[in-house]
Write a protein that binds this ligand. Structure first.
Ligand SMILES: [Zn+2]
Length: 281
């Protein structure tokens, strides 16, 4: 009984069950202990996504003395930005298909999202429970954000926008899914977010309706993958990148609405230093 209860607790805290199912389980088991667990989790789960935190490292940006060419000098914590040999983004070319690469499993949940203007982009901070499994490793979704124009190039070609969905594994490794977006039809998922974009640095805004980040992805999720870095300070390396080969679209006025807040927040492509990009198909 005790071990069974522990398993249920873990699954609930990861968002596997909805509240109706949990309540039914509670009634079935008629367990005082289980009731206490339910109350404790209910209090925790009603919370919005974690509050955004500004790092206590040097301010950086995309222009002038705080711009990308100076990031490595702004703070010792940012030294990888100038000294790293596995930096991102890159220009994707000369890719090789690796049949052993598996499709990414997406396990994203609909839930509350808080938008946060970091001063360099707009981040969507998600609650716990959404994750991917990429080549056998589970990575939990932490946040998604936007770059204009795209950071990754494909054979030298830039896209109008790039979405980064940032994930972290239990042992602290990052995996980022990149979606390139070009001007075209209205993007329904972005339409759910765009009216709430917080314009001032430091500002936050909740999205009123439950949001599923799956809507940000194209239907075909074949990908290019390589090992790189975060594309902003501290430029941490060891990041597994999954740049989706297919892109999505957004309307011209959706693009302008983002550009009105961040006109240019893309790091330039970095030297691949011999790194190879593999394609899943
Ligand atoms: Zn990014």
């Amino acid at each position: 009984m005790a071990s069974k209860l522990r398993v249920d607790f873990a699954r609930i805290s990861l968002g596997y069950y909805n509240w109706v199912e949990v309540r039914e389980m509670m009634l079935r088991r008629s367990s005082i202990l289980f009731a206490l667990v339910f109350v404790a989790i209910s209090v925790a789960a009603c919370a919005q996504p974690p509050a955004p935190q500004l790092p206590n490292t040097a301010a950086w940006g995309y222009y002038g003395s705080k711009g990308p060419s100076n990031w490595g000098r702004l703070d010792p914590a940012y030294s990888a930005c100038s000294k790293g040999k596995d930096q991102s983004p890159i220009d994707i070319r000369g890719t090789k298909t690796d049949r052993a690469l598996k499709p990414i499993e997406f396990h994203y949940l609909s839930g509350p999202v808080t938008l946060f203007n970091t001063g360099n982009t707009i981040q969507g901070i998600v609650g716990p429970g959404s994750y991917i499994v990429a080549n056998g490793v589970r990575y939990d979704l932490q946040q998604f954000h936007f770059h204009r124009p795209s950071e990754h190039l494909v054979k030298g070609k830039v896209s109008d926008l790039e979405i980064h969905l940032v994930h972290k594994s239990a042992d602290g490794k990052f995996a980022v899914i990149a979606v390139r977006v070009n001007e075209g039809r209205v993007n329904g998922s972005l339409a759910a977010i765009w009216p709430s974009l917080p314009k001032a640095p430091g500002a936050t805004a909740p999205i009123r309706d439950p949001f599923n980040p799956l809507g940000l992805l194209p239907t075909d999720r074949a990908y290019w993958t390589y090992t790189g870095s975060l594309t902003e300070p501290p430029c941490t390396e060891g990041v597994q990148w999954f740049v989706l080969e297919d892109g999505t679209e957004l309307a011209g006025d959706q693009l302008s609405a983002f550009a009105a807040i961040y006109q240019d927040n893309a790091r330039q492509v970095q030297d691949p230093h011999g790194r190879k990009v593999e394609s899943s198909e």
